[in-house]
Design a protein around this ligand. Structure first.
Ligand code: FEO
Length: 174
């Protein structure tokens, strides 16, 4: 049922997006474990930071629903798809494709908020639109670097070291 301020469609869509963000978190946590098992600790560290980012995204939507006096309806999460035969390049291609999928979802949500003339949701979703530009950019950069180094040897080791420097979530927000 709809409570004040937020349409039924918007509530359903935002709840579905909470799931998508927590699914993303779960995927990155699973991929972090995969990288850790290959002793690529920098990649694992980067993915674990990404897991934290996704939790923050999910919570941002969750808090927004509560602030709008709307229903929070948490869904069951998907089992993450991890293929241990994939190269690091294939894994980061998967990460980029996943982010592109999330971007498409965010754009649909933004269009819905416009259709519904829900200006508060629109403002929130503008933040996500901008965030997705960064999310895709950082995944693409790692993928391109992996393509350049061929995904092996000393260059892979150096890239792994570089990724281990990713700061804590919020530390680079200034
Ligand atoms: Fe929350 Fe990486 O999208």
């Amino acid at each position: 049922m709809t409570k004040r301020g937020l349409s039924e469609r918007m509530q359903l869509a935002l709840n579905a997006q909470i799931k998508a963000e927590f699914d993303s978190a779960y995927l990155y946590l699973a991929l972090a474990a995969e990288m850790e098992s290959r002793n690529l600790k920098g990649f694992a560290h980067w993915l674990r930071r990404q897991w934290e980012e996704e939790l923050i995204h999910g919570l941002k939507l969750y808090d927004f629903l509560l602030q709008r006096d709307a229903n929070v309806d948490l869904h069951a999460l998907d089992k993450p798809k991890v293929d241990s035969t994939q190269s690091a390049l294939e894994i980061f291609t998967q990460v980029l494709q996943h982010e592109q999928y999330i971007t498409a979802r965010i754009h649909e949500l933004y269009a819905l908020s416009q259709e519904e003339k829900d200006y508060a949701s629109q403002t929130l979703l503008q933040w996500f639109v901008d965030e997705q530009v960064e999310e895709e950019d950082s995944a693409r950069e790692i993928m391109e670097n992996l393509r350049l180094v061929g995904g092996e040897g000393a260059s892979l080791f150096l890239l792994d070291r570089e990724l281990s420097q990713r700061p804590a979530v919020g530390a680079d927000d200034e």
